[in-house]
Design a protein around this ligand. Structure first.
Ligand code: SF4
Ligand code: SF4
Length: 90
């Protein structure tokens, strides 16, 4: 996999752009965020606040790296992100 070059200075948002994590860490997640595309208004807050950069600019969650912290669901003022039990997706 082609790794991205890290920027020279700290990002102005809370997380690096998606794609910097290289070791999959989603295996210990107990809940997963699921985005309701009908409710989503594409404001970008979840993308900006996800600390792991696992939400793409198209608002797709990369479950290989999402740790299920729930910050995206908390920040979404539209209530478009629901945290669902990981066991229900096994
Ligand atoms: S914060 Fe909510 S409304 Fe905004 S882009 Fe993310 S899912 Fe959509
Ligand atoms: S649950 Fe946490 S790690 Fe997963 S997409 Fe939301 S903010 Fe990012």
């Amino acid at each position: 996999m082609q790794l991205k070059k890290l920027p020279d200075r700290a990002p102005e948002i809370t997380a690096f752009e998606a794609g910097y994590l290289v070791s999959k860490n989603g295996g210990w997640r107990s809940v997963r965020p699921v985005i309701d595309k009908e409710r989503c208004v594409r404001c970008g807050q979840c993308y900006l606040y996800c600390p792991d950069g696992t939400i793409s600019p198209e608002f797709e969650v990369d479950y290989d790296f999402c740790k299920g912290c729930g910050i995206c669901a908390k920040i979404c003022k539209r209530g478009a992100i629901m945290l669902e039990k990981e066991a229900d997706h096994a």
